[in-house]
Design a binder for this molecule. Structure first.
Ligand SMILES: C[S@@+](CC[C@H](N)C(=O)[O-])C[C@H]1O[C@@H](n2cnc3c(N)ncnc32)[C@H](O)[C@@H]1O
Length: 276
């Protein structure tokens, strides 16, 4: 099962990447950042580094700096680049205390990172500081209020509502100041940081199921919810959510081939430039 846009198991889109980041999107990112050979692209929150390698391969001579707060992700990016003989510089570092000098990036890329931070506004300003005059930045973040779901099963509607309340509550505990509509705020934050917005685009991601999901889908959902509830103070709400999802599974199985579930999520891609 793709755990990407499943609102039953994740309030954020943090597992979304594999669902929507296609080769076409890599091309879109590259064409918007417009990096030339010899320029320096900084990817903040690089994850496993796949995009870094793809962008480096697409523009030979581009100097790619990949940074992630998790050391193993920076290491993985380095190893991945080594496997295909691509030269890039992957470092462990925190966006909130960047180990890079201001104005040293020709282009900055940041995707799905601000949603995890307690102060996304300050983090956006830190990203903007990296951009040299004439340089560009592309920030992609979700709008959690643009989540949509439909289930042909009544128990499904109840399970989605319970997930929104429970998982949304846990998300607000971990990032209390992050607005739910985060993605759409980035453009004004970048403008406040002295950058000139160039475009704002909505990137829709959809998933639908026709026919009752196979057992593996439910097992994965259960596993993810158990993991999400594994924190102090979450046991009771986690158990109630699991129960709601179990009831949904029973009704879906009864519906069989008539079962329908539709989910939709929205990312907002903001491109800006520092004036010369
Ligand atoms: C959803 S993943 C996105 C990865 C990558 N940008 C992509 O789209 O494939 C978010 C990444 O941001 C990293 N991250 C989270 N907080 C960070 C911080 N304060 N500084 C740097 N990286 C951070 C996480 O470790 C994770 O690898």
């Amino acid at each position: 099962m793709s755990r990407d846009i499943d609102a039953l198991t994740s309030y954020t889109l943090k597992h979304l990447r594999d669902r929507w980041w296609t080769a076409r999107w890599t091309h879109w990112v590259g064409s918007h950042l417009r990096c030339d050979p010899g320029e320096r692209l900084v990817h903040v929150g690089c994850g496993n580094g796949e995009i870094d390698v793809a962008l480096a391969l697409a523009t030979p001579g581009l100097s790619v700096v990949s940074l992630d707060v998790q050391r193993h992700r920076a290491r993985h990016t380095r190893e991945l680049a080594g496997e295909v003989n691509v030269s890039l510089h992957a470092v462990a570092g925190d966006l909130c205390a960047l180990p890079l000098a201001p104005g040293t990036a020709d282009a900055v890329l940041c995707v799905g990172v601000l949603q995890h931070l307690a102060d996304p506004l300050a983090a956006t300003h830190a990203l903007a500081d990296l951009v040299r005059p004439g340089g560009r930045i592309l920030v992609v973040e979700p709008d959690h209020e643009a989540r949509y779901w439909f289930s042909g099963a009544d128990a499904g509607e109840r399970a989605f509502a319970a997930a929104r309340d429970t998982l949304g509550g846990w998300q607000r505990e971990s990032a209390p100041d992050a607005p739910a509509r985060l993605g759409v705020h980035v453009v004004s934050w970048l403008r406040d940081a002295g950058l000139e917005p160039l475009s704002v685009e909505a990137v829709p991601v959809s998933e639908s199921r026709l026919g009752a999901p196979p057992p593996g889908v439910w097992e994965a959902r259960e596993r993810l919810l158990i993991a999400a509830a594994d924190a102090p103070g979450r046991a009771a709400a986690g158990a109630a959510l699991l129960e709601a999802v179990a009831a949904y599974r029973d009704e879906a199985d009864l519906q069989g081939p008539a079962f329908v579930e539709v989910q939709h999520a929205l990312l907002i891609a903001t491109l800006a430039q520092r004036p010369q």
